[in-house]
Design a protein around this ligand. Structure first.
Ligand code: DLL
Length: 435
């Protein structure tokens, strides 16, 4: 089912023409309203008028996560605060977190793109949607919520956690669609089974999963566990949130990127060079309609490949393959993006700790588990009030990790110089998960 027939089936040439026209407007606007872009364009020796065709894309400077962090919290906003109606943010302490703003019009467009995504999964006003993405600063919960309301479906704003209650509601309210991270869906299936609930006999027909990497094998496992069709939804908060790309029921191969609102490119992450469509590389997104937080050539860090073959669903928008790799050190733990630098920032703020740590990420059943081993200083070890001090430090780490990053690691304090080093350096992250 195509929500916006006119724009989702535009001929390729018309899409390109629309992108050029819209981007020309965006470039003028960011150059004249956002100091950061003026500086970046001047440094690259380019003026907004120099962009005349898609072939000029490579001349525009990239925007990185570092640029967002350096302009924390509102430095990249292109409208005054009085025009902002919503803020979302990534996890992290100040300086390593990023903030995203939306005008009323931005929320309308986002809702429409989410409505398109849900329609691509076959949802209508007759569906009941169990939304188990987290509500709050994370874009998943509210993003899905507004889209589901827009198509007129009945939304259950479940958010994450409270698994027993979720299972009860799944049985009692009879939702026909479920939205969550793929790992949480598997967790629900496992818990349901443990409680003796037949998850296959629920009324669920389709699931819309994303926010973290998941393989085709996990997809098959979810489909089997609930007896549903499991579709992939992609997005990142910097660019908008969920609903940048969505797999359709008919194609089942890659996710359509809503190209009337975003330009997607693949680049060689090492050189920044644009790759021919179809080659694997880092996805770079440019927003074409966002008012509050426009982004020019944002390097997502996600590795994928663009699929140019027409899709049998009739949508003309290009597809991107399932994302399971990144070009940087970002981890996604239970759907939350975590950088080692953020863990480090938390640890160095605690007295008595060395910034020497190891993060060991694994699976405990369907969900991610994290162990954080941290070296304590010699001083603490020799002078401290013994076990009690160490326990306090441990508790503080657990609390700060939960408060700032939203993850709850098992913390193990270890003696100075005990973490394994290789050629003087130690491996900060050991990720044992398989995608
Ligand atoms: O995860 C937005 C979202 C919410 C997408 C709900 C889908 C559903 P962030 O927290 O900013 O936003 O994380 C964005 O998550 O750069 C990818 O690395 C990863 N990611 C998102 N969707 C997928 C997916 C939301 N379907 C980061 N497959 C992105 C693989 C995904 N990775």
């Amino acid at each position: 089912m195509i929500y916006n027939e006119e724009f989702e089936t535009l001929p390729r040439e018309a899409i390109r023409a629309l992108q050029v026209k819209r981007l020309q407007g965006v470039l003028q606007r960011v150059y004249h309203t956002v100091g950061y872009y003026k500086k970046a364009f001047d440094a690259a020796g380019i003026k907004p008028d120099d962009f005349q065709a898609m072939a000029d894309m490579h001349r525009l400077p990239f925007t990185n996560r570092k640029d967002l962090r350096e302009n924390y919290p509102f430095g990249l906003f292109a409208v005054p605060m009085s025009s902002i109606v919503r803020l979302h943010a990534s996890s992290g302490t100040s300086g390593v977190s990023t903030v995203f703003g939306y005008t009323r019009h931005d929320i309308d467009i986002w809702s429409e793109l989410m409505a398109r995504s849900l329609a691509a999964a076959g949802l209508t006003k007759n569906d009941i949607v169990h939304n188990a993405y987290g509500y709050g600063l994370f874009t998943g919960g509210l993003g899905l919520h507004y889209g589901a309301e827009k198509i007129g479906a009945s939304v259950i704003p479940m958010s994450g956690g409270n698994t027993k209650r979720q299972i009860m509601i799944l049985q009692d309210f009879g939702p026909t669609a479920i939205c969550s991270t793929p790992s949480y869906a598997l967790h629900l299936a496992e818990e349901g089974k443990a409680q003796g609930v037949d998850m296959k006999s629920l009324k669920l027909r389709v699931g819309i999963f994303g926010a973290e990497p998941w393989s085709k094998a996990i997809c098959a496992e979810i489909e089997q566990a609930f007896s549903i069709t499991a579709l992939n939804i992609f997005g990142l908060s910097e660019v908008m949130g969920p609903g940048i790309a969505m797999e359709c029921l008919e194609g089942r191969n890659g996710m359509h990127v809503f190209e009337d609102h975003f330009i997607v490119e693949t680049i060689n992450p090492a050189t920044g060079e644009i790759l021919p469509e179809g080659e694997e590389g880092e996805l770079v997104f440019t927003t074409l309609t966002k008012e509050a937080f426009p982004l020019i050539r944002y390097r997502s860090g996600d590795i994928s490949r663009l699929i140019t073959e027409p899709c049998r669903c009739g949508r003309s928008h290009i597809r991107m393959e399932r994302v399971v790799k990144r070009s940087d050190d970002m981890l996604i733990i239970r759907g939350i993006n975590v950088f080692p630098s953020q863990v480090e920032a938390i640890l160095v703020a605690i007295e008595g700790l060395e910034p020497h740590y190891q993060l060991i990420v694994d699976k405990a059943g369907a969900l991610d588990s994290v162990e954080l081993q941290v070296e304590v200083s010699e001083k603490i070890f020799s002078e401290s009030g013994g076990v009690k001090d160490l326990q306090n430090i441990e508790r503080r780490i657990v609390k700060d990790m939960k408060d700032y990053l939203g993850i709850s690691p098992r913390v193990k304090l270890v003696e100075p110089n005990t973490l394994q080093r290789q050629a003087g350096a130690f491996k900060k992250v050991i990720d044992k998960r398989k995608f």
